[in-house]
Design a protein around this ligand. Structure first.
Ligand SMILES: *[C@@H]1O[C@H](CO)[C@@H](O)[C@H](O)[C@H]1NC(C)=O
Ligand SMILES: *[C@@H]1O[C@H](CO)[C@@H](O)[C@H](O)[C@H]1NC(C)=O
Ligand SMILES: *[C@@H]1O[C@H](CO)[C@@H](O)[C@H](O)[C@H]1NC(C)=O
Ligand SMILES: *[C@@H]1O[C@H](CO)[C@@H](O)[C@H](O)[C@H]1NC(C)=O
Ligand SMILES: *[C@@H]1O[C@H](CO)[C@@H](O)[C@H](O)[C@H]1NC(C)=O
Ligand SMILES: *[C@@H]1O[C@H](CO)[C@@H](O)[C@H](O)[C@H]1NC(C)=O
Ligand SMILES: *[C@@H]1O[C@H](CO)[C@@H](O)[C@H](O)[C@H]1NC(C)=O
Ligand SMILES: *[C@@H]1O[C@H](CO)[C@@H](O)[C@H](O)[C@H]1NC(C)=O
Ligand SMILES: *[C@@H]1O[C@H](CO)[C@@H](O)[C@H](O)[C@H]1NC(C)=O
Ligand SMILES: *[C@@H]1O[C@H](CO)[C@@H](O)[C@H](O)[C@H]1NC(C)=O
Ligand SMILES: *[C@@H]1O[C@H](CO)[C@@H](O)[C@H](O)[C@H]1NC(C)=O
Ligand SMILES: *[C@@H]1O[C@H](CO)[C@@H](O)[C@H](O)[C@H]1NC(C)=O
Length: 489
């Protein structure tokens, strides 16, 4: 009896050894990983680009296109994002997650039109998951938090996902980058996103969410640098908690239906450089490194805050197509970095800031269609980079400053429908790149040059008091309107 048992256990032990060696040979990374890759290829059936994933090939599978390995031969990276190469249409196979060390999966720009691939829940090492620009449909599953807890990037942008963003997305603890923009989400944005304490980049733009407010919990995202929520059907006010987003450099909230004012705290955010919203700021006090402010194309009323003049790093200011009234603060002319000023199509009154151009490398101003009066500032071209002045349809008067005649880069000169008088500075006609001159409907006098600049395509001088002779046409001139002047002959 005892001997029989000993015999049986010996046999079992022998069997165990056999099995063990069999298992060992299969778990050697090389065989095992290659076998899994070939299985994945079969599951993706007929993807011609994967022809080189071939059992007979002498090439090490780690060098197969789209495959990346760790030093020990385990596959860590599958990247099939080259759209001119692969066009995968079949579902993402469960076999992918048999690659136990897979950390990086990029299947962007394919044609996968399934629902969200929950088989990826088994990829327990995954850190980077890029599924952008496919045709995924349906809702993001409510148990999305079953994805690897090590996930740092999740890119689902450019798909056809619908419904809500599930609250469980707030339980992916390592997420740093979350791209959900350009989908068909029509539900809610969960406050739980505010729990993603490592989040640095969040893109929810271009979705038709059911009218939503920005969750005030977003103010907890203190690592956030980039928040992009353009055209997301946002309503209500920007939460005051945004004043806590001290890491923020880019904030883009344009094309929504937000109301109220920009919370004062936003102007004090130490790192903010790019602000694009549809709201007029009530004030801009605080230490601000803002470089660009684009609040164009909205129904903004009110006036431009005087303390915009404190934004020492401001280079671009767009407030066009609004209903802003009042004057342009003189402080704008003192900004040391300002290069582009576009305030057209508002109800602005008063004069242009007298120091405009003297203190910064000003390139262009566009303030047409307002009720601005007074004269043109004389320092627009002081830094020698100025190339475009568009001030038509205002109440401007007086002489064109002679300094504009020294503007060698001048390209675009549109001052029509004002009350300018006197002569155009001769030097204007020597700007090599001058293409457009529109000065109709003023009371300008003097003569025009015999030869027009080579590159001039448009010359409109109607309804003035020019004398002398009409210049001979230039090579590239397409429009010449010169009637109602005092030309001879
Ligand atoms: C995964 O990586 C670990 C070390 O990081 C290694 O010990 C293991 O063999 C790898 N697994 C496979 C299946 O290659
Ligand atoms: C994965 O492969 C892609 C393409 O070769 C490469 O750009 C990326 O850095 C790799 N990532 C990792 C984690 O190996
Ligand atoms: C994509 O793959 C094609 C064909 O293999 C190659 O010619 C092209 O350079 C690749 N493009 C990129 C961006 O990798
Ligand atoms: C994960 O893998 C196990 C074992 O292969 C399988 O039973 C399970 O269905 C898989 N889970 C998912 C979500 O695919
Ligand atoms: C995704 O949505 C777009 C626009 O609604 C539609 O044209 C396209 O056919 C959809 N694709 C899929 C795979 O559902
Ligand atoms: C969201 O879109 C889906 C798919 O088109 C639709 O079934 C669902 O009713 C929509 N939900 C809402 C709240 O509009
Ligand atoms: C996450 O956020 C929600 C709502 O903001 C909250 O109720 C929940 O307790 C938070 N924590 C976790 C771990 O989900
Ligand atoms: C998150 O934000 C909410 C609302 O702004 C606040 O009440 C809560 O205390 C915050 N939680 C943490 C952990 O900061
Ligand atoms: C303005 O820009 C300069 C140079 O890039 C930088 O050193 C400075 O900190 C910025 N000012 C503010 C208030 O951020
Ligand atoms: C004229 O325009 C060309 C092309 O935009 C540019 O490269 C060149 O520097 C300009 N010349 C002057 C004097 O502004
Ligand atoms: C005219 O325009 C061309 C480009 O359209 C540019 O290369 C050239 O520098 C400009 N100036 C002259 C004097 O031709
Ligand atoms: C100049 O004024 C006339 C009469 O008011 C108007 O018809 C014409 O469009 C104006 N020209 C330009 C270039 O605006």
């Amino acid at each position: 009896m005892a001997a029989e048992i000993r015999g049986a256990s010996l046999f079992l032990f022998y069997l165990f050894l056999c099995l063990a060696s069999l298992v060992a040979s299969q778990t050697l990374p090389n065989n095992d990983q290659k076998r899994i890759l070939l299985q994945i290829k079969r599951d993706w059936g007929g993807e011609p680009a994967l022809d080189s994933w071939n059992v007979d090939t002498s090439t090490n599978y780690c060098h197969w296109p789209g495959v990346g390995c760790a030093a020990d031969g385990s596959v860590v990276n599958i990247t099939l994002s080259n759209q001119t190469w692969t066009r995968i249409t079949r579902p993402i196979p469960a076999s992918l997650c048999d690659l136990k060390n897979l950390t990086h999966l990029d299947l962007s720009y394919q044609r996968i039109h399934t629902r969200f691939p929950t088989s990826l829940y088994n990829c327990s090492s995954l850190q980077y998951l890029d599924l952008k620009q496919n045709g995924f449909v349906g809702a993001i599953p409510a148990d999305i938090d079953r994805l690897s807890p090590r996930l740092t990037l999740l890119d689902l942008s450019g798909n056809n996902f619908t419904g809500d963003i599930p609250p469980s997305i707030g339980r992916l603890p390592a997420i740093q980058t979350l791209w959900l923009y350009a989908n068909l989400f029509n539900g809610s944005i969960p406050a739980e996103i505010g729990n993603l304490s490592r989040l640095q980049q969040l893109g929810l733009a271009y979705n038709s969410f059911a009218p939503v407010r920005i969750p005030s919990e977003f103010g907890n995202l203190t690592k956030l640098t980039f928040l992009w929520m353009t055209r997301a059907n946002l309503q209500g006010e920007i939460p005051a908690s945004f004043a806590q987003l001290t890491g923020l450099t880019h904030l883009d909230l344009t094309q929504n239906s937000l109301t109220g004012a920009i919370p004062a705290g936003i102007w004090s955010l130490p790192n903010l450089q790019y602000l694009t919203t549809y709201l007029i700021p009530s004030s801009s006090t605080g230490r601000s490194g803002l470089i660009e402010i684009d609040l164009s194309m909205n129904q903004l009323t009110g006036s431009i805050p005087d303390d915009f003049g404190k934004l020492k790093n401001l280079s671009l200011l767009y407030l066009y197509y609004n209903r802003i009234s009042g004057g342009i603060p003189a402080s704008i002319g003192k900004l040391p970095s300002l290069s582009t000023l576009r305030l057209f199509s508002n109800g602005l009154t008063g004069v242009l800031p007298p120091e405009l151009g003297k203190n910064s490398p000003l390139i262009d101003i566009e303030v047409d269609d307002n009720m601005i009066s007074g004269e043109l500032p004389d320092g627009l071209c002081d830094r020698g980079v100025f190339n475009s002045i568009v001030v038509f349809n205002n109440n401007l008067k007086g002489r064109i400053p002679p300094s504009l005649g020294k503007c060698s880069k001048l390209n675009n000169f549109q001052i029509h429908n004002n009350r300018f008088s006197g002569q155009l500075p001769d030097g204007i006609w020597s700007a090599a790149n001058l293409t457009t001159v529109m000065v109709s409907n003023n009371t300008l006098s003097g003569t025009l040059p015999e030869k027009l600049p080579l590159n001039l395509t448009r010359l409109e001088i109607e309804n003035n008091r020019f004398t002398g002779s009409i210049p001979s046409s230039a090579d590239r001139l397409q429009v010449l309107l010169g009637s109602n002047n005092m030309f001879s002959g």
